[in-house]
Design a protein around this ligand. Sequence first.
Ligand code: CA
Length: 237
Amino acid sequence: MPDGTRILVVEDDLDVRNLLETVISAEGFEVQVAGSLEQCRTIMKDFDAALYLIDVGLPDGDGFSLVRDLRARGHAGVVVLSGRSAEVDQVLGLELGADDYVTKPFRSRELVARLRALARRVAVAQGIADSQQDESAPDFQVAGYNLFLRGRQLIDPEGNDVALTSAEFDVLVALMEQKGKVASRDQIIQSVRRRNWTGNERAIDGIVSRLRRKLPTHETGPHFIRTVHGIGYMLIG
Ligand code: CA
């Protein structure tokens, strides 16, 4: 950090813009610059910035609308660059969601220090968001059902918990692991044995028919747990 951290600078004053670009890229940031809101919105389509440095007074509007948009979108860090201290009051008073502000004229070293600090905060927030995402992602999915190995939980398409016995859950996992392929009764038994459960072929058949009853499907046609005659079962979805 901030090596390669992407920052989009929006400033209409050419001299200030060039200075910002030089100073910030010298710190290892990947910088793109825009001279107007319109230019900024065009660049944003291809440039996924982690940080934005936004001048308040721009030729085609004020930077506040952009701050609001960015805040609504998520995790980008926003620093407002303002020419007048009255505008700074406005930024704070309206709580538009900027993370920091810098008044002009600014000292390069201070500006860079603030950008570095914000880049770290954004990276941490992004990391937390990613890990939450990972934890909430199901391990297996079929026909709108979500299976979570952690907590041994099955959630139906309406978001309700499905109560399964330990054996039913283990057989369902065995089928999920083989999704789209035929799982022989013997393979299912082997898989379930790894989970400290012993069963025979007839027991597997009984568990599968209970699973079909407990996991209704709204689609017409056969259930997503198909019988493959003489071999075993296959999960389709
Ligand atoms: Ca300006």
